[in-house]
Ligand binder design. Structure first.
Ligand code: ATP
Ligand code: MG
Length: 354
């Protein structure tokens, strides 16, 4: 805690704000600076990759994983960080933790340059990579927590309080004595989230924390994150391929593709920007010709008595359903949300065509 306080003081004492202004303006600038908890300015990451192309033949190639990213995240924000496979999301998170060093640009988290002061930053951030665990594989879960207690020099009372809270909210009681390798994916993920929070980080990076989880486990993890943000003001940067994670947790969403920021704003705005569509699936009493739906809804698929209608995600389904129910023998229906990939793909296609 001492470290965190020191760093915070240093941040406030070093306002890289704009030139002179009114006293109020200067104050506002200092405040804005302190508020921008994560800052990226033209950040780049280029990987050198060597590929075997034949006998004794190798090809050197450069992959521009992150290509001039600039954004800021304020204290207490919950931001969704999304994009298709290979877009550069994990690479960004690795740079934000100091695991990877940027090839260019400027990066600060809590005023700290992550790759230069990785250890100092580690006391202020928590990170969960859904694809791999930070827990000790062969040890019972509780032993990993004990090790972190020591490693992070967490004061005893704080450690116990945080552990108790995580154990309760993430329902870990029964799992504490189980070796990590014996945990199911969902159990291990909850264990990993607790591990990332024992030292009271101010920011939590989550790289696909709900990957492979069942509906109940997903709901638990989401509920826990909402509480954490509301009660502790923890800043959260969340990478996911599940649009529902974003819908339920994040008021702001950033989309990256090919290492560049494509969109930064509200999720609703993303649907508009991508002109994404939802799908109404209707089951009729019997096989019928395609439903004549009011514009812009249209039938995109027919299979026996089941028909699929696409309509803009920004529009309510109620009117469409009522119109169809009045004219067709409806047995059942459901609405499918667009997935992130298709929204982005559409957005990208439109930009490319513009
Ligand atoms: N260590 C590495 N060496 C070489 N290339 C890498 C390395 N790490 C990532 N890349 C490349 O950088 C690009 C971005 O990868 P990254 O893992 O950041 O994507 P992502 O957005 O997290 O994707 P996903 O949704 O699949 O997790 C990809 O083209 C990937 O192949
Ligand atoms: Mg990734």
């Amino acid at each position: 805690m001492e470290r965190a306080d020191m760093a915070r003081t240093a941040e406030a004492a070093d306002p890289a704000g704009p030139g002179p202004g009114t006293a109020a303006g200067a104050d506002a600038a200092v405040e804005a600076e302190a508020d921008a908890f994560i800052e990226l300015d033209g950040v780049e990451k280029v990987f050198d990759v060597r590929r075997k192309t034949g006998f004794l033949k190798r090809e050197r190639r450069q992959v521009r994983a992150v290509d001039g990213l600039s954004f800021t995240v304020s204290r207490g924000e919950m931001v969704g960080y999304i994009g298709p496979n290979g877009a550069g999301k994990s690479t960004t998170i690795k740079m934000l933790t100091g695991i990877l060093t940027p090839s260019g640009g400027r990066l600060r988290v809590a005023g700290i340059d992550p790759s230069r002061e990785r250890i100092r930053l580690a006391h202020r951030i928590g990170v969960v990579f859904g694809q791999r665990t930070t827990l000790w594989w062969d040890l019972p879960l509780i032993d990993s927590y004990r090790l972190m207690h020591r490693m992070y020099r967490i004061p005893d009372a704080r450690y116990r309080e945080n552990l108790d809270r995580c154990v309760e909210l993430l329902q870990l009681q029964e799992l504490l004595d189980v070796p990590v390798r014996q945990l199911s994916l969902g159990q291990r993920m909850r264990g990993d989230i607790a591990a990332a929070l024992l030292h009271d980080p101010e920011v939590l990076y989550l790289d696909e924390p709900t990957i492979g989880l069942d509906v109940v486990s997903k709901a638990k993890v989401r509920g826990f994150l909402l509480d954490l943000n509301a009660e502790r003001g923890t800043t959260v940067l969340l990478t996911t391929h599940d649009l529902q994670d974003i819908e339920q947790l994040c008021s702001r969403v950033m989309v990256i593709d090919h290492g560049r920021l494509m969109y930064d704003g509200r999720l609703e705005g993303l649907h508009e920007a991508g002109e994404s569509e939802r799908t109404l699936v209707v089951d009729l009493e019997r096989e019928l010709p395609p439903i004549e739906a009011p514009e812009p809804a249209r039938v995109v698929r027919v299979e026996g008595p089941r028909q699929w209608l696409a309509f803009p995600a920004s529009e309510s389904a109620a009117g469409l359903v009522a119109g169809i129910a009045a004219r067709y023998p409806l047995v059942d229906l459901s609405v499918r949300e667009p997935d992130i990939e298709s929204v982005i793909a559409k957005m990208y296609a439109e930009r490319a065509g513009a």
